[in-house]
Ligand binder design. Sequence first.
Ligand code: GRF
Length: 226
Amino acid sequence: MSLFNLAVLISGSGSNLQAVMDAIESGSIPNTVIAIVISNRTEAYGLERAGNCGIPNMVIKKDEPEKLLDTLKAYDIHGIVLAGYLSILPPEVINAYSGCIINIHPALLPLFGGKGFYGIKVHNAVLASGAPYSGATVHLVDCGIDTGAALIRGVVPVYDDDTAESLQKRVLEVEHLILVQAVKALAEGKIGELIKNPLTVVNDNDKHGVRDYAKELSELADVLLK
Ligand code: GRF
């Protein structure tokens, strides 16, 4: 059986990359290989994580769109995962891999998404809004910013004593879970199913009404997608 070749694009620590590497290693994402890890920043720790696992990795800067596309073709890439990639993909890449690019965003899209909502700014905005819940969304990538169809959302509570950092940590944990699920769906050709029926997941041990909220959100998501 031929393998599904992934490219994972990063900009920083690469903990989401690590979650995908671990899931492939443990067999949770079968018949899949990370063929290349690409960072737009030389200092991204994720490059080291890839190197430690023997995964080819390189830096391609924002102003090298042709190099990016050529590299993806050279590695015979079937699907692209944006795992903390803080740059905009060039349209030629989006068009060439339409329907096969997913991104993880640290909020419950369509809330707290779009231009300017990245990193700790997202969590600051959630806290400032007084929202009782937050989470993460894996979505398809189109030419807009965080506008592609939502595939899987992971919901977490926001606590009264949360700081942006403590919320970020809780959200990051759920990111790892839903990204692995979404990559598996991508490799199995099941993204279409998730577009029709996006999943909403919650932490099983949570007792803060997250389940009810997730259910409501799921219904809201269905409405928003139609
Ligand atoms: C994650 O919160 C991701 O959602 C955001 O950037 C962060 C990257 O974390 N876009 P890591 O590099 O995967 O640890």
